[in-house]
Write a protein that binds this ligand. Structure first.
Ligand code: PHE
Length: 339
């Protein structure tokens, strides 16, 4: 029997396999229920006691050798299939999905680029702000509705701390730090306590602009905004300014652009008016200059602010604001060629 075991060991040693199937066959042949080792164990039971120790040892060694050999063979076949040389390199690879910039980033970058060409710097500030920078220094009266919990997210424990509702707060921070002339835009995220719908969200993005110098006039504001609109929407676009009210500007206006869809003739997007509202603007209220230690007899300035989502909606004719936040790849993919 010992000789028999040696012969089996030798045969197993000689065995070579190249495929999973061959290895599996080998396993069944040796370790299967009716395999060679099962046979050996059966015979082993019949052996006289004095031979059992040595033979038992040999059978166990053989079993271990076979198990290790199977593992080794499996590993070798696996490596072979991972080896790039084993695959056809001329086959096309799996498609790689390329990412695209988010439409809000595309439009923000475009707005930044337009105003940079006019010499505006970019300033940023904190999203968690205090009452002074968001409201008081901007001439909001104490009873203004924006100061209501319905419109602004306040920190319950300290109502002086809130999430900024506009990036005008960044411009206050610029006025605190820098003497005029100031020419800056502040892009950023803002927060308002609004019910989420196709037209409103509690988080959105703004770019606000501020220009303060000697002899800055409403005509400068209008020309700047016309330049912006033409760069953004094309030379044919027309603008119109409608009187409006903001606590921090006097006079104040809202700007409309001629509807890009119907060319001003009237359609359901512009509600048959031919115009679409795009931003708020005005001459900086002298109170705001004085609050920020800027001499309002010497300096004047203008400010404007727009929602990036709104500009992007008009530019790409997106009808539902929520699409910008859902990150549905089918929506985002459509902008891959835009930048
Ligand atoms: N801060 C205003 C808003 O958030 C926009 C604005 C900025 C209006 C500057 C006028 C001047 O709606």
């Amino acid at each position: 029997m010992l000789q028999n075991i040696d012969r089996i060991l030798e045969e197993a040693r000689q065995f070579k396999a190249e495929t999973w199937d061959e290895i599996e066959q080998f396993r069944i042949q040796y370790l299967g229920k009716k395999g060679i080792l099962a046979d050996l164990f059966r015979n082993f039971k019949e052996l006289p006691l004095e031979h059992k120790k040595e033979t038992g040892q040999k059978i166990n060694d053989l079993k271990q050798f076979i198990s290790e050999k199977i593992e080794f063979l499996l590993e070798a076949v696996k490596e072979e299939s991972d080896d790039p040389a084993a695959t056809d390199l001329t086959l096309p690879g799996p498609p790689v999905q390329s990412g695209a910039r988010h439409p809000i980033s595309i439009v923000r970058n475009e707005i930044i680029s337009i105003f940079s060409r006019l010499g505006y710097t970019i300033s940023e500030g904190p999203e968690i702000e205090d009452d002074w920078h968001v409201f008081s220094s901007l001439n909001f009266p104490p009873e203004h509705p924006a100061r209501d919990m319905q419109d602004t997210f306040f920190i319950e424990k300290n109502p002086d701390i809130l999430l900024r509702t506009h990036t005008s707060s960044v411009q206050v921070r610029v006025m605190e730090k820098e003497p005029p002339p100031i020419r800056t835009i502040s892009p950023g995220r803002v927060f308002r306590n609004e019910a989420i719908s196709a037209r409103a969200h509690c988080i959105f993005h703004q770019v606000e602009g501020l220009y303060i110098d000697e002899n800055v006039s409403f005509a400068d504001l209008k020309q700047t905004l016309l330049f912006f609109a033409q760069e953004m929407f094309g030379n044919e676009v027309e603008i119109r300014l409608r009187p409006s009210y903001f606590p921090f500007t006097e006079p104040s206006a809202e700007m409309d652009i001629s509807c890009q869809i119907c060319g001003g003739k009237g359609c359901n997007v512009c509600k048959y008016t031919g115009w679409l509202e795009i931003l708020g603007c005005g001459m900086v209220d002298p109170n705001v200059l004085e609050f920020n230690h800027i001499d309002s007899d010497k300096y004047t300035g203008f400010a404007f602010g727009m929602g990036i989502e709104r500009v992007a909606m008009l530019k790409y004719q997106v009808k539902d604001l929520r699409l910008y936040f859902e990150n549905d790849i089918r929506f985002l993919e459509q902008f891959s060629a835009a930048w």
